[in-house]
Write a protein that binds this ligand. Sequence first.
Ligand SMILES: [Zn+2]
Length: 190
Amino acid sequence: MLCIDWRNTTGEPASSPQKKSVENEFLEYYNNLKASVANPAPQPTSPNDTSEMPLADNRQDLLKQVMQIDSNIQNYKRAGWSHYEHFGIALAKLKRMYFTPCFHCKSKNPEMFEILSCLKCTKASNGNTFFKDLEQKIDYTPGYINYLIRIAALSAKYPKLKLTPWNFSFLSKYITYLADQMEKDKHLWV
Ligand SMILES: [Zn+2]
């Protein structure tokens, strides 16, 4: 977990040189993200765009859509928040259909990302069946699928993230730091 105050990092002794440099790299990345929100790049429009496609409410149709979105991303070499957010939301919505909310969640009627990240719900649910059904249709590991869901949860929670340039490798590298830091700077991102 990232636990530093970025306004006051220079005078502090580093706890470990390696950790420090990852944190510094992250902060450079994060400061660039923040700056880009003030001056957003125009979003490219693309032909055969599936990112606006409304998602089905039943398992079978949604599974087909997940495959469709996936092949669209592959075939057209899609990049950008809107494509990956849509893909992640489709995966999350499908996964949610395999989930039974735990007693605690049931009473507070939470949104799907909360259910998907609740340990009790996960324990009570058929997550393995979800991955099993999915692995016959798209060629990703459960870890990668959960990662795509995580990206979607982050951009759904902090919509201004979509104004920043899409960089999949930086995002993969820093997603944990990013989630923590954005929660602290919530006002900048919602
Ligand atoms: Zn729960």
